[in-house]
Design a protein around this ligand. Structure first.
Ligand code: SF4
Length: 623
C-alpha cells in the first residue's frame, strides 16, 4: 500500500538486479491491483453489499449518502479512473464543470479557497486555464470520498496509501498485528487474497519476496504471505524493505515466521544472492547474509560477512511486468512539490547509494541506507537512463537519493547534455554552496525541473546543533540560484527539535516568509521532529539537552522514541500556525502579514520576531 501514481522502486531495482544475475524474476504491484479492483464497478457493487449487510445503526451518514447516490458512483467510476490513468483527457471538461461526479464530504475542502469575486473558487488555486488540474483534483476528492466509505463500512484502518499503519509503526508488540491477521477477512482482505492467488497462478513462484517500504504496507504484506502459506507452504517467503531496515533490526518475535521464512536487512542484493544459493543447496543456513529466521522456535540473526554488491554493479532497474498505463495521476494537495510526488509516472533512480554528508543529528545516519555512500560514473548512470527510457517510453525521472551529491549531478548533467538526452528530472539535495548559479543553470539545461532540500528549523543555532552543515544565509543564496534557473524549490522544514523555543519557532516562520517573498522557495512542508533510535539524537540524547523515555518492552518494531525536552514548549499548537502560514505562502497569500498572526491556536501571545525585516534580501545582496 504505497503511492498509486507510480511503482515503488524497490521491486524494479531487485528485478533488474536478479535478472542481471540470471535469476528468472518477475514483479507484481498488488497495492495498485487492490486499489483498482476496489475502485471498479465490481468493487463498488461488493462495497454496497457490505453496506447492506450492516445493521442500520452502524451505517454512518457518509455511508448512507453513498448508498443513496450509488448509481451515480457506479456510472462514473470507470470513466474517472480512465481519466486519471491518462486514457481519456477530454473528460476533464465534464469533471471540472462539477456536474458529473457525485460530491461527498471531501469536496467541502474546496470551501477553504478564497472566492473574493464571487467567481469560481478553484480558479484561485489553479488559474483560469488549469482544466486538467482541476479535474484531477476533483476526481481525487471523489476517490477520497469512496475511501472514506470503505473505512466507515468495511475497515476503520483503511487508506489507499497507508493501510492499518498503527499495527506496525514503532509497535513493540506483535499482538495487534497477530489479532488482525487472525480476524475473519473483510472485503479488502478477500480482494487482496484473490489478487494474490491470481498472481501465484500466473507465475508459479518458488520464492516470493515482499517489500514493505512503510509501516502502512505491513498488514497487507502479512496478509499476502498468509495467503501464500495457506495455498502452498512449500513456497518460500521473504520480507525486506525500508520498514524492515529501520524498525525490525532487533526482531525477536517468532510469530513473524509463521508467515515469512526469512527477513532480510538493508540493501537486498547480497542477502538475496546468499538466500538463493542456500535454497539451491549450495550454501548452509549459517552463511546467510543479514537474515533473520526461526530455528527451534527462536529468532536467529545470521550475518555471514560478505561485501555488499557495489552500487556500480547493481544493474539497471526494470519495470517489466508492471502495468505502467494503469497508475493513477492523483492531485490531492495543492502544493507544487507534493504534486510531483502524486501526479505523473516517474522513473525512479538513485544517483548514488547513501548520503555523502551523513551527519544530520535527526537522521538515521547509523543505518546502511544513509551511511554506505557509493557512487558510480556519469556514463553508467546515463546508460541506465537510456535503457529505462527505451523500456518505459517515459522520460521523467525522480532521483530518489536522500541527498544527491553535487559533483555527481554536475557530471551527470554534462553527460546528459553530451548525449543530447531530453529528460526531465527532480530530486533531493542539500542546499550547499557548491550549487552555484552556473551549476544550477547547467542542471536546468540538463532537464532539472525541481529540487527539494532541508532548511529544517530555519535557525542558525539549531542548524548547527543538528549538524546540518548549512546556514540560513547560504540556503537563501542557493535556493535563489535554483529559482533563478527556473527550477522549483521545495524546502523541508521542521519544528519541535530538542531545545527549540517559541521565539525560535516564530523566527523560523519569519525566515520562511522572507524566503517566499524573495522568490527563493516556492514550496515547503513543516514536519514535526521525531526522534528515532538510529539517529544521533536517539543515541546521545544528553548532547541535545533531552532525556529519552524508556521504550516499552517488545520483540517487534522499534523506531520512534519519546523524549522529554526541558524547554516544555507546546509544539503541536505552534505547528498548526506554521502549517497554515505555509499553505498560504505557497499561494502567495499573507506574505505581508506579521507572522504572529498565524499563531492564534497557541493559546497565548507569541513574541515578536527577532529576525531583521530584510535579513534574506541582505543575505542575497551579500552573495
Ligand atoms: S538528513 Fe539528508 S543530508 Fe542529512 S545526513 Fe540525512 S540524508 Fe544526509
Amino acid at each position: 500500500m504505497t503511492q498509486l501514481n507510480t511503482p515503488y522502486p524497490s521491486t524494479a531495482y531487485l528485478t533488474g538486479f536478479l535478472r542481471s544475475r540470471g535469476v528468472d524474476a518477475v514483479q507484481e504491484d498488488l497495492a495498485l491491483a487492490l486499489a483498482l479492483t476496489l475502485l471498479s464497478r465490481h468493487g463498488l457493487s461488493a462495497l454496497r453489499e457490505c453496506i447492506e449487510a450492516l445493521p442500520a445503526p452502524r451505517r454512518s451518514p457518509l455511508v448512507e449518502a453513498f448508498g443513496e447516490r450509488f448509481d451515480d458512483y457506479l456510472e462514473t467510476i470507470a470513466p474517472t479512473l480512465a481519466f486519471l490513468q491518462g486514457r481519456d483527457a477530454t473528460l476533464a471538461h465534464r469533471i471540472a464543470g462539477r456536474g458529473f461526479l457525485p460530491e461527498g464530504p471531501r469536496f467541502a475542502s474546496l470551501d477553504v479557497y478564497v472566492d473574493a469575486d464571487g467567481g469560481d473558487p478553484l480558479a484561485w488555486a489553479f488559474g483560469a486555464l488549469g482544466v486538467q488540474d482541476r479535474a484531477r483534483h476533483l476526481a481525487t476528492l471523489y476517490l477520497d470520498d469512496i475511501a472514506d466509505v470503505l473505512r466507515d463500512a468495511v475497515d476503520p484502518r483503511f487508506e489507499f496509501v497507508r493501510y492499518a499503519e498503527s499495527l506496525a509503526q514503532s509497535q513493540p508488540s506483535f499482538d495487534p498485528l497477530a489479532d488482525a491477521l487472525a480476524a475473519p477477512p473483510n472485503l479488502i482482505d478477500r480482494t487482496l487474497r484473490e489478487l494474490t492467488l491470481d498472481a501465484l497462478a500466473r507465475h508459479a513462484p518458488t520464492l516470493v519476496l515482499v517489500s514493505v517500504p512503510f509501516p502502512g504496507a505491513v498488514y497487507a504484506a502479512f496478509r499476502i504471505a498468509q495467503t501464500i502459506k495457506a495455498h502452498d507452504p512449500a513456497i518460500v517467503t521473504a520480507l525486506g524493505g525500508g520498514f524492515v531496515n529501520t524498525e525490525l533490526r532487533e526482531l525477536a518475535e517468532p510469530r513473524v515466521f509463521d508467515h515469512f521464512d526469512h527477513v532480510t536487512l538493508d540493501a537486498g542484493e547480497r542477502p538475496l544472492l546468499a538466500l538463493l544459493e542456500h535454497l539451491a543447496g549450495k550454501r548452509s543456513k549459517s552463511r546467510l547474509v543479514r537474515t533473520f529466521g526461526r530455528i527451534d522456535g527462536r529468532v536467529r540473526y545470521v550475518d555471514f560477512p560478505e561485501p555488499d554488491v557495489p552500487f556500480a554493479e547493481v544493474g539497471t532497474p526494470t519495470w517489466d511486468g508492471l502495468p505502467l498505463e494503469r497508475y493513477l495521476s492523483l492531485l490531492d494537495m495543492l502544493n507544487p512539490m507534493h504534486r510531483l510526488w502524486s501526479d505523473g509516472r516517474w522513473n525512479k533512480l538513485t544517483v548514488a547509494h547513501g548520503c555523502y554528508w551523513k551527519k544530520c543529528s535527526f537522521c538515521d545516519v547509523s543505518l546502511d541506507y544513509i551511511s554506505r555512500y557509493e557512487t558510480t560514473t556519469a556514463a553508467k548512470l546515463a546508460d541506465r537512463i537510456e535503457a529505462i527510457v527505451a523500456e518505459t517510453g517515459q522520460t521523467g525521472f525522480h532521483f530518489v537519493d536522500e541527498a544527491a551529491p553535487p559533483k555527481a549531478l554536475k557530471a551527470l548533467a554534462a553527460e546528459l547534455q553530451r548525449r543530447r538526452l531530453a529528460i526531465s528530472w527532480w530530486g533531493n539535495i542539500r542546499f550547499e554552496k557548491s550549487f552555484t548559479a552556473p551549476l544550477c543553470r547547467q542542471l536546468a539545461d540538463s532537464g532539472c525541473i525541481a529540487i527539494s532540500g532541508g532548511l529544517e528549523v530555519a535557525s542558525d543555532r539549531l542548524l548547527a546543533l543538528m549538524s546540518k552543515g548549512v546556514s540560513v544565509d547560504q540556503v537563501a543564496r542557493v535556493t535563489r540560484a535554483f529559482s533563478d534557473a527556473g527550477i522549483l524549490v521545495h524546502a523541508y522544514l521542521m519544528y519541535g527539535f530538542p531545545t527549540q523555543t517559541v521565539q525560535e519557532t516564530v523566527d523560523a516562520l519569519e525566515t520562511v516568509r522572507q524566503l517566499f517573498a524573495a522568490g527563493c522557495i516556492q514550496s515547503g512542508f513543516f514536519h514535526r521532529f521525531a526522534c528515532t533510535v538510529h539517529s544521533p539524537v536517539g543515541r546521545n540524547p544528553e548532547q541535545y539537552g533531552v532525556t529519552l523515555r524508556p521504550l516499552p518492552p517488545g520483540a517487534f518494531a522499534r523506531n520512534d522514541v519519546g523524549f522529554v525536552d526541558p524547554a516544555g514548549v507546546d509544539h503541536d499548537a505552534l505547528g498548526i500556525g506554521l502549517k497554515k502560514a505555509l499553505y498560504n505562502y505557497m499561494h502567495g497569500v499573507g506574505l505581508e502579514e506579521d507572522v504572529r498572526s498565524w499563531f492564534d491556536a497557541f493559546g497565548a501571545p507569541v513574541p515578536r520576531t527577532r529576525v531583521a525585516r530584510h535579513r534574506i534580501e541582505r543575505a542575497l545582496a551579500a552573495g
